[in-house]
Design a protein around this ligand. Structure first.
Ligand SMILES: Nc1nc2c(ncn2[C@@H]2O[C@H](COP(=O)(O)OP(=O)(O)OP(=O)(O)O)[C@@H](O)[C@H]2O)c(=O)[nH]1
Ligand SMILES: [Mg+2]
Length: 199
């Protein structure tokens, strides 16, 4: 069982010169407003480690957090959200370049791609997942905001999202950052990654 011992904000990066790479990295990706920062706060048991925005599209930087756990340390990375309607073409292209250079620079990353459990994933979600397949970067889908619909609707949605994104049922987790469900399952996955790396 993985226990979180300590969390520290490390740094933000706006370009590859600011990237850091040290041991295991767990990155959180997904469209703007899907709950990436909330997911990080939920995992590390803090209210305000990663800033939660009322205004979507605000986290434009890559934010790194250092996490100490009972099973070893890792870096938890909040990636900037995509798909925010109000950003310009240039900004979208900038996001794409930043993310691509991030994945090119970081060899030891596992990604949690957050989607909203209530909706079919977007074309941008699909593009990111195809990119991760192409790079052979390990990833999981976290279907968030499960507090917003019934248990049976969640089970149905989870199946539909897995089929739509062509991921196995072991690679998709139902979560809610509001009621903290799914947290243990995510921590178990991270614990597995940390102990694998130690062998
Ligand atoms: N009901 C509910 N609300 C959630 C959940 N997760 C996040 N939210 C809310 O969704 C909004 C966006 O959350 P953030 O964590 O800021 O989302 P983000 O993906 O970091 O957004 P950007 O940084 O702008 O890309 C906030 O109002 C959160 O309180 C959840 O599981 N359930
Ligand atoms: Mg955020």
């Amino acid at each position: 069982m993985l226990n979180i011992k300590n969390v520290d904000f490390i740094t933000s990066a706006a370009s590859p010169s600011g990237f850091i790479s040290d041991g295991v990295q767990i990155a959180v990706a997904g469209r703007s407003n899907v709950g990436k920062s909330s997911f990080i706060n939920m995992l590390v048991n803090r209210k305000n480690t990663a800033r939660v925005s009322g205004t979507p599209g605000r986290t434009r930087l890559i934010n790194y957090f250092g996490v100490e756990t009972s099973l070893g340390n890792f870096i938890l990375t909040d990636l900037p959200g995509y798909g925010f309607a109000k950003v310009s073409k240039e900004e979208k292209a900038g996001w794409g370049r930043l993310i691509e250079s991030y994945f090119e620079a970081e060899p030891n990353v596992t990604v949690f791609v957050l989607v909203d459990v209530r909706h079919t994933p977007t074309a941008d979600d699909k593009k990111l997942i195809e990119y991760l397949y192409y790079r052979a970067t390990p990833f999981y889908i976290a279907a968030n905001k499960s507090d917003k619909q019934s248990r049976s609707a969640n089970i149905k949605s989870k199946r539909e999202i897995a089929a739509f994104l062509k991921v196995g049922s072991d690679n998709i987790v139902l979560v809610s950052c509001a009621d903290r469900s799914g947290r243990e399952e995510v921590l178990d996955i991270i614990g597995g990654i940390l102990t694998d790396g130690a062998e």
